[in-house]
Design a protein around this ligand. Structure first.
Ligand code: URA
Length: 240
């Protein structure tokens, strides 16, 4: 059983402030299991109670988790005065007030980004202590060899002296261009690009294809997103 305050759930699920949620409750717009509910502090069981607001039924969830296939040209931020953000491209039916991207992909990086309003989950994904590997496909200027792979897999030192944790690396072909599939479990600034620069190479294009065992849904075009299921969320914390 997951008990949550009615006003909090209405605010989260209807994309309104707590104050607006309380006035919806006060003016009699909210019913719980068919009964009009006038108490904002009423505790609701999100798994079994039926809540409706102004006649519309809601499946009440405390948090939302979205998989976005990030396109190039948008920034991994919640707002920006000049540039389009990943939050700007979330459709209205999935939008909530407190959404944020879970970690950052560079403006020109594409692929899997989780957008949520759950800070605890985001911390768990991002913290190296939780060992969640993120897998990227990098199109490179030159093919890598065994020697490069050995350096990346033993923990490469970046140009500024920053030491990286060991990565897991495979040499691949990406549409006829040299490439690498690389798994890392930390998120230093421009990390993958700088790891290849440290080898005298250059990343031409970068795409994230998975987080843990959660794979980017190839049915999503760049710029498209959809909600994650509970099962998919669990995959984040499993090994591929
Ligand atoms: N590493 C990078 O260099 N860029 C990204 O966007 C993600 C990882």
């Amino acid at each position: 059983m997951a008990l949550k305050r009615l006003d909090k759930l209405i605010a989260l699920n209807c994309n309104v402030s707590r104050k607006e949620a309380r006035s919806l409750i006060k003016n009699g717009s909210v019913t719980v299991n068919g009964q009009r509910m006038l108490r904002a502090e009423e505790l609701i069981d999100t798994e079994s109670d039926d809540v409706s607001v102004e006649g519309y039924d809601f499946t009440l969830k405390e948090h939302i988790y979205i998989m976005l296939n990030k396109p190039q040209g948008v920034i991994s931020a919640t707002e920006d005065p000049n540039k389009k953000t990943v939050i700007d491209i979330i459709p209205d039916d999935l939008k909530r007030r407190s959404l944020f991207p879970c970690g950052r992909l560079d403006r020109d990086t594409t692929g899997l980004l989780v957008i949520t309003d759950d800070g605890a989950l985001c911390h768990k994904i991002m913290s190296p202590a939780h060992h969640v590997y993120k897998t990227y496909e990098a199109t490179l200027s030159f093919a890598i060899d065994e020697n490069d792979i050995a350096k990346l897999e033993s923990g490469i030192t970046l140009g500024d002296g920053t030491e990286c944790l060991p990565a897991i690396v495979e040499c691949i072909d990406i549409n006829g261009f040299p490439g690498a599939r690389i798994k890392i479990r930390e998120g230093k600034y421009h990390q993958v690009k700088r790891m290849f620069v440290a080898l005298g190479n250059n990343v031409e294009q970068l795409r994230r294809i998975s987080i843990g065992a959660l794979k980017l849904d190839e049915g999503l075009e760049e710029g498209e997103c959809r909600e994650l299921s509970d099962k998919e969320l669990e995959l984040i914390f499993k090994d591929e």
